[in-house]
Design a protein around this ligand. Sequence first.
Ligand SMILES: [Zn+2]
Length: 166
Amino acid sequence: MFKKGDKLYSIVGMKCPRCHEGKLWRTPFHNLKLYDMYENCPVCGLKYEQEPGFWYGAMYMAYTFSSGALLIGMLVCMFVLKWNLTQIFTAVGITALIGFTYNARLSRSAWLNMMVSYNPNWKKQNEEREKKRAELKAQGVDVDEVSSLTSQGRHGFESDNKIFKV
Ligand SMILES: [Zn+2]
């Protein structure tokens, strides 16, 4: 339905927002391990948890998605299917229970995609960053091994100042 490069492709397909190739989750959502997430993209190395507390924002997405979906479902049951209230609340309850894990994961996927853009040049940029890091290391600079490779800014480009340890 969606092609690689589209935001919706990586949101719905639960792919890394930078390379659109690496998976977000170690296990399928129906095994109920709610947040069984890779720390970094297995393909491009993007750090998924961009900063401490990053996933708090995803809770708002989860709330929006679930209340929106349930509201639409309720309206359809009420006005199209003409169900009574007991039927509607039973259906809503069951849907909420079943959809819970999927919704929790979808919200993280959407939140991460809001913060990180698709970047088809990730490979080249990673190589350049590695080169620069090697140069700095050769000069005796204390280089942060982790964040320089994995974290990146809002627009898919990492700022170089993240290379230095503070
Ligand atoms: Zn990736």
